[in-house]
Design a protein around this ligand. Structure first.
Ligand code: ZN
Length: 301
């Protein structure tokens, strides 16, 4: 599923290819874009806010899209999908921009984009890193919500999708079902997660292990029923109808036990991310847990 990092990379690809180019022909096949014609408008750039894609034009209009599970954009060449799946198709001066199977499309005045994205929490993949303390506080607003559900609620923080809602709890050794108010050291998870998604947005591909082999891109995502890569215990999970947050989930019952209170395991996260380039991101937590507290220690994980 496209998450904040994927949408950020898509926005940058659209900007690099088409910014400054005029739309010479415009076809829309989506009822929400009836009578919308971009012909003659110059594409000024694309932006991502959370998982929302905003494509801006010089006449004050923004084409907004959310890809959810199914949508994609073909940037440059003509799309090969049948016409009915090509919801919006723009012939630019040099190449074509096609939205395929995009479930959420709309037109909004650029000045009114807040109507689309104003409700979102801090953006993980914005140009500047989000305020990690604010993200942590927002995640804990409803303490009884399971950790994965809180991470997926875009009003708390914008950009995490289900991949991160499964991988981050595993990396820090906390159950995705753990009520978020009973997670101690949640700021550590936020800091690791922000570093991961930001480095994946900057470099791609979406990877949580730092390993290059495709099979090792993720720790446990989509591996329910298989052995835990760390301890060998059979991975447990929800399917999307059973889980309280209506998305499939996976966890290791041994590494991520559900407890009355559970602490984010910073040492485990450092071990699991030892190969990941995220460790060079500014938000990546320095390993202070074993060092004696000194005057410079912030007290954060
Ligand atoms: Zn395990």
């Amino acid at each position: 599923m496209p998450e904040g990092d994927t949408i950020r990379r898509l926005a940058e690809k659209i900007t690099a290819r088409f910014a400054g180019q005029r739309c010479v022909r415009s076809v829309t096949r989506d009822p929400r874009l009836t009578n919308v014609d971009f012909t003659g408008a110059v594409l000024t750039g694309a932006d991502a806010v959370g998982k929302h894609l905003l494509i801006r034009f010089d006449d004050g209009r923004t084409l907004q899209a959310h890809l959810r599970l199914t949508g994609s954009f073909v940037v440059g060449p003509a799309a090969t999908e049948p016409a009915w799946r090509r919801r919006v198709e723009l012939w630019m001066e040099d190449g074509r921009l096609t939205g395929v199977d995009v479930p959420v499309l709309g037109m909004v005045a650029t000045a009114d984009e807040e109507q689309i994205v104003g409700h979102l929490g801090p953006d993980l993949c914005g140009l500047e890193p989000p305020d990690l303390d604010e993200v942590t506080a927002r995640l804990q607003r409803e303490p009884d919500v399971p950790l994965a559900g809180a991470l997926l609620d875009q009003r708390n923080v914008a950009g995490f999708g289900n991949l991160y809602a499964i991988e981050l709890p595993f990396i820090v050794g906390v159950s995705p079902n753990q009520p978020v108010g009973s997670v101690d050291g949640l700021g550590g998870l936020v800091a690791f997660g922000t570093a991961l998604i930001r480095i994946n947005a900057a470099r791609g591909p979406q990877n949580t292990t730092g390993r290059r082999l495709r099979v090792a891109d993720h720790w446990i995502y989509a591996r329910r029923g298989r052995p835990c890569p760390l301890c060998g215990t059979r991975l447990d999970g929800w399917d999307n109808r059973d889980s309280p947050w209506q998305r499939l989930s996976t966890w290791c019952p041994a590494c991520q036990p559900l407890e009355a209170r559970r602490t984010v395991d910073v040492e485990r996260a450092h071990r699991l991310l030892a190969l990941h380039p995220a460790r060079k991101e500014p938000t990546y937590p320095s390993f202070t847990s074993r060092r004696p507290a000194g005057p410079r220690t912030s007290g954060r994980p």
